[in-house]
Design a protein around this ligand. Structure first.
Ligand SMILES: [Zn+2]
Ligand SMILES: [Zn+2]
Length: 255
């Protein structure tokens, strides 16, 4: 009887799925074109998704020839960033860029979440229950305007999957700075030099978190020149532990 009911319920689910596909044909989460099956990403979009290379300078994350991996690269030998390790998931172009823009400008996160889920096996090898994630803080005015804190959302998705801890109060943004995307590399660095600080009560907050955390990751959605993550990491060095950084995507522009 139980087997019969299971078969019935399986048939029922299939019927419901067929009906749903008839009424709401599956579409690509990235370009929204209709698709024959519902795995979320059409072939054309999939071809444009590029994972950030694995052979990189471990310190700053720029791609390196395999024989030079894990670096440090020439630039890190001369002027290393504040963080000890940089990891990015995707190259910021094609369907990845479209998905991030749709998330940031229109609030639709389905395609970005597909990208995060696809990267989870690799993420789990670096981030676990002992990791503490700190999203790069946004200026308050921009957070009010968009109603979203994208780096914090990204941290939450990672925490839900890996069981790590995240805290968006420990690292703070100070004052208001113009949008980074409108500035040149040199202007970005000047703009960001004093943009981050640990919260006034960071000592007690850190005491509460330090017992659980064996690694700290500063997390952002897009890494462009690396200045934002460098200065956010520099402000976090007071915690007295090595700082890692993670971005969902990275532009190929060198810093
Ligand atoms: Zn597509
Ligand atoms: Zn480097």
């Amino acid at each position: 009887m139980l087997v019969g009911m299971n078969m019935l319920s399986t048939k029922g689910v299939l019927l419901v799925n067929q009906l749903r596909d008839l009424l709401f044909p599956p579409s690509c989460l990235f370009c929204h074109a209709p698709m024959p099956s519902g795995n979320g990403c059409c072939t054309l979009c999939l071809e444009t998704i590029e994972v950030w290379p694995h052979s990189t300078c471990s310190r700053c994350g720029i791609p390196l020839p395999a024989e030079m991996h894990p670096g440090p690269c020439g630039r890190c030998l001369q002027k290393p960033p504040a963080q000890c390790h940089t990891c990015s998931l995707y190259c910021y172009h094609g369907a990845v860029r479209d998905a991030i823009l749709e998330w940031k400008l229109q609030g639709h996160d389905a395609a970005v979440r597909w990208l995060v889920n696809a990267a989870m096996p690799g993420i789990r090898s670096q981030i676990n229950e002992g990791s503490l994630l700190l999203p790069v803080p946004m200026p308050i005015s921009r957070m009010r305007k968009s109603g979203q804190h994208h780096a914090a959302n990204f941290c939450k998705w990672l925490a839900d999957d890996t069981g790590c801890t995240w805290d968006w109060h420990l690292l703070r943004r100070i004052g208001e700075q113009p949008r980074q995307s409108a500035l040149s590399g040199q202007a970005r660095r000047k703009n960001l030099r004093k943009a981050f600080a640990l919260a006034d009560d960071y000592g007690s907050r850190w005491q509460d978190l330090a017992g659980q955390a064996t690694s700290i990751w500063i997390v952002d959605d897009i890494l462009t020149t690396g200045s934002t993550l460098h200065f956010a990491a520099r402000a976090s060095l007071k915690l007295g532990v090595p700082i890692n950084v993670l971005s969902l995507a990275r532009t190929s522009q060198k810093h």
